[in-house]
Write a protein that binds this ligand. Structure first.
Ligand code: AMP
Ligand code: MN
Ligand code: MN
Ligand code: MN
Length: 285
């Protein structure tokens, strides 16, 4: 039987609801054979994930989802099969973590001006020892009765142009790809259709991404429609990029997105796992 891949998901190290150990147990239960844990701008969950993966007999790839800027647009770059301890990557991520902390304080100040007090201590507590993300602000706003659900919180307060939004000077795309490559990983542009860019701009982004050393693009995510998959596959082919797939699982309460529950990669693409080491190759038919 072909191995089941899921190369994009989150734990409590960033905005996922499950601890790394709980996530690995769920992955096992859902039949995932190769999992990459890809938390936002942190490798903090990887050690615990590796310990669970070993116990459960899952092949875990060290991963990350790094926030990056290209022409002032925020993009998400997945790093797969990275060395999380590599000093270049670690230094870059330390800076991103600082940016997240500063942004969270500024967001709390902006919300206070709208009459929503004490957001910072609340999101700090919700994130526990993990990175603070806008998802934590969304959960806080729901709990405070200011939004009916996460989506509503983003629509009312947290999306670009809304009262709680704070633009952030994430590292530039070329730097982020360089960190991932320095750490021995492969860089994949996450969810290319989720940035709401025109065809012209997504082509520009992918050409630039490849030029600075990016090698893959996500073709299948947990929320992709058949049309999304067709379009993303065309982008991979057009730009000569390897194809990746990952659920972007955050929370067991979301019935639409599940670990390992993914449409297959369309035929004719080069799967990103061709680039992985012998532990993965030995699982392939
Ligand atoms: P951040 O990196 O802190 O800006 O947070 C980004 C995260 O917020 C994403 O990874 C998603 O998990 C979540 N997110 C972004 N936009 C939305 C939205 N419209 N609805 C729900 N969650 C969202
Ligand atoms: Mn997220
Ligand atoms: Mn993302
Ligand atoms: Mn993600």
């Amino acid at each position: 039987m072909s191995p089941v891949f899921d190369l994009h998901c989150h734990s409590t190290a960033s905005d996922g609801a499950l601890s790394p150990a709980e996530l690995l147990m769920r992955a096992k239960d859902k039949g995932v054979s190769v999992l990459a844990l890809t938390d936002h701008d942190t490798t903090f969950g990887l050690e615990a994930a590796a310990a669970s993966a070993e116990q459960l007999g899952i092949c875990l790839l060290n991963g990350i989802e790094v926030s990056a800027l290209y022409a002032n647009q925020c993009l998400h770059v997945i790093g797969l099969d990275i060395d999380p301890k590599h000093p270049v990557l670690a230094a870059g991520l330390a800076r991103q973590s600082e940016l997240r902390g500063q942004r969270a304080r500024k967001m709390a100040e902006k919300l206070a001006k709208k009459g929503i007090a004490d957001a910072y201590p609340a999101v700090r507590a919700l994130a526990s020892t993990g990175e603070i993300t806008r998802s934590h602000f969304a959960n806080f706003l729901v709990q405070a009765g200011k939004a009916k659900d996460q989506q509503d919180a983003f629509d009312k307060y947290l999306s670009k142009g809304k009262p709680g939004y704070v633009p952030t000077q994430w590292a530039e795309l070329d730097e982020v790809v360089a960190w991932i490559n320095a750490a021995g990983g492969v860089a994949v542009l996450a969810h290319p259709l989720r940035y709401n860019l025109s065809h012209k701009w997504i082509d520009r982004v992918l050409a630039a991404f490849k030029q600075v050393g990016g090698v893959g693009v996500e073709v299948v995510t947990g929320r992709s429609s058949p049309d999304d998959i067709r379009l993303s596959a065309q982008l991979a082919l057009k730009h000569g990029l390897y194809a990746s797939l990952g659920s972007d699982f955050h929370n067991p309460d979301n019935p639409w997105v599940e670990l390992g529950k993914l449409a297959p990669l369309p035929a004719g693409l080069q799967p990103i796992w061709q680039l992985f080491g012998s532990a993965v190759q030995s699982l392939l038919p």
